[in-house]
Design a protein around this ligand. Structure first.
Ligand code: NAD
Length: 357
């Protein structure tokens, strides 16, 4: 076996349908006495409902979390933390809400208990991001890592069908890139393969019936594993392209991941054959199957977008997107610096058109 480093993740996971009922117990376990609950405006009502059983442990609810964690929202939430003398954070929602909790923890060191309601996986990473003046500053810090995560699949049943599929493929993207990350290791690879297998099986079931608790459980289990991969190893070309398209062209996060992933896999296939074989195996199509095709079909057959055109990208911006991506590349098994500008431009064109990879 080759030499490797594995960083274990120090969080407690409480998993299963109905486990939200253990929230007060888990809050006590962490010694939280004055909890501030966070949510987006969309999930305000549900946040109020989950906060009820906290009784005297609740200091307040801040329901203005927004996509990409704008600095003005962080400042306002921090003012609430001080005003209410909160000693801890409970995040109820997806990556946007968890992102706000992380920004608060970065500044104050307050502990986070996360209750994820999408498959984005942020609750399993020490990665934070805060946006100011159109620029997202990201970093890693152990202070932002949630201490406890309650994964209750019943909370994901309300995820709209389209977001269910794209959010699930967003999770798969973390695992797929983790398989060829520079610092990948046998443990992260195990989690990645199992996470992809679970989501590849669950998403078509959810597409057929979003209320299927078994499928929702399997998807959330897969999302946990894929998030843990993102939390422990690096990312490459695919995430660079998605950060570029999301950050500079304001395209929706999970949809961009869904559309770009098959094309990023096709670009990297020859440079990362072992990773591709594992992805194919996780899809149940044997090592000779194409990872890129499996991912493309998963999106296409389950109602997810397959073209950047349909989510609002302008074709005229593809040149500058390629330029931004290649001018500060991430590490990738196949180089994609300025010399590969034409290939990356073609990849983006394929994603724009939704070409079969
Ligand atoms: P999101 O948190 O922005 O949620 C999208 C919308 O869906 C929101 O309006 C939300 O209220 C609603 N929603 C969430 N769960 C719901 C449910 N169960 N039922 C009904 N509506 C629900 O979406 P996301 O994809 O989870 O998060 C995207 C953000 O997370 C991006 O900003 C991304 O950069 C970030 N992210 C960060 C990391 C990390 O490690 N730091 C990892 C993944 C994603």
């Amino acid at each position: 076996m080759k030499e490797f480093i594995y960083n274990g993740q120090p969080s407690r996971v409480v998993f299963g349908p109905g486990t939200l009922s253990n929230l007060a117990r888990e809050v006590d376990e962490l010694g939280m006495r004055r909890v501030l609950v966070l949510s987006t405006p969309n999930q305000e009502q549900e946040a109020g409902e989950i906060a009820g059983p906290l009784a005297e442990r609740l200091s307040g609810i801040y329901q203005k979390a927004q996509m990409h964690v704008p600095l003005n929202v962080v400042r306002e939430a921090l003012a609430e933390v001080h005003r209410l003398k909160a000693d801890s954070i409970v995040t109820f929602g997806g990556g946007s809400t968890i992102g706000l909790g992380k920004a608060i923890a970065l500044e104050t060191g307050l502990p986070i208990l996360a209750i994820p309601t999408t498959y984005a996986g942020s609750e399993m990473t020490p990665i934070y991001g805060i946006t100011e003046g159109g620029l997202k500053r990201t970093g890693r810090d152990p202070r932002v890592f949630p201490r406890t995560v309650i994964y209750d699949p019943l909370l994901t049943a309300s995820l709209p069908p389209s977001l269910s599929i794209t959010s699930g493929i967003n999770a798969i993207a973390h695992a797929a890139e983790g398989l060829y990350a520079r610092d990948n290791n046998p443990i992260s690879n195990l989690m990645a393969e199992e996470g992809i297998r679970a989501l590849a099986k669950a998403l078509p079931m959810i597409y057929r019936n979003g209320a299927d608790v078994g499928a929702r459980s399997l998807a959330l289990y897969g999302a946990w594993l894929c998030g843990a991969v993102l939390g422990s190893v690096g990312v490459a070309l695919h995430h660079k392209l998605c950060h570029t398209l999301g950050g500079s062209f304001n395209l929706p996060h999970a949809e961009v991941h869904t559309i770009v992933l098959p094309h990023a896999m096709a670009f990297n296939a020859s440079a990362a054959p072992d990773a591709m074989a594992i992805i194919s195996r996780a899809f149940g199509c044997g090592v000779d199957g194409s990872a890129a095709t499996s991912l493309y079909d998963l999106a296409k057959n389950n109602g997810a977008p397959t073209t950047l055109r349909e989510i609002g990208m302008s074709e005229a911006d593809l040149d500058s997107a390629a330029e931004i991506a290649v001018s500060s590349p991430y590490w990738n098994p196949r180089a994609f610096g300025p010399e590969q500008r034409a290939e990356i431009r073609q990849l983006l064109q394929d994603a724009f058109d939704g070409a079969q990879p």
